[in-house]
Design a protein around this ligand. Structure first.
Ligand SMILES: [Cu+2]
Length: 115
């Protein structure tokens, strides 16, 4: 029982130390807010522009970069920002589709089965 108390004390101390450390690290904080979405269907710079333009209309999305070569859209979220659903919807309205990680895994599974 005493051992458990000590264990909890140690755990608590280390987790709060981590929190403090994390809070002080601005760079780490910024990295946490950067989002990368897999977007399918972009073929050229015009497609990239269509996506960025749509996303710019949303609240709290900064530093938007779309890449048709990588099939990715990256952006940084401000403190108050649009929801995931709103972001996915905006991309859809621009004519493209967000591929969720789960879909990708599912596709890979399917592919692995086929071969
Ligand atoms: Cu295009």
């Amino acid at each position: 029982m005493k051992l458990m108390t000590i264990l909890f004390a140690v755990l608590f101390a280390s987790s709060s130390a981590f929190a403090l450390d994390h809070h002080g690290d601005e760079k780490e904080k910024k990295k946490d807010r950067e989002k990368v979405l897999n977007v399918s269907g972009m073929m050229c710079g015009n497609c990239e522009n269509a996506v960025s333009t749509k996303l710019k209309e949303l609240k709290g999305l900064k530093d938007i970069r779309a890449s048709h070569e990588e099939n990715k859209v990256k952006f940084v979220l401000a403190d108050e920002h649009a929801t995931d659903d709103e972001i996915v919807k905006a991309i859809k309205e621009a004519g493209f589709e967000v591929i969720k990680d789960e879909d990708k895994k599912e596709r890979k599974k399917k592919r692995d089965r086929e071969y």
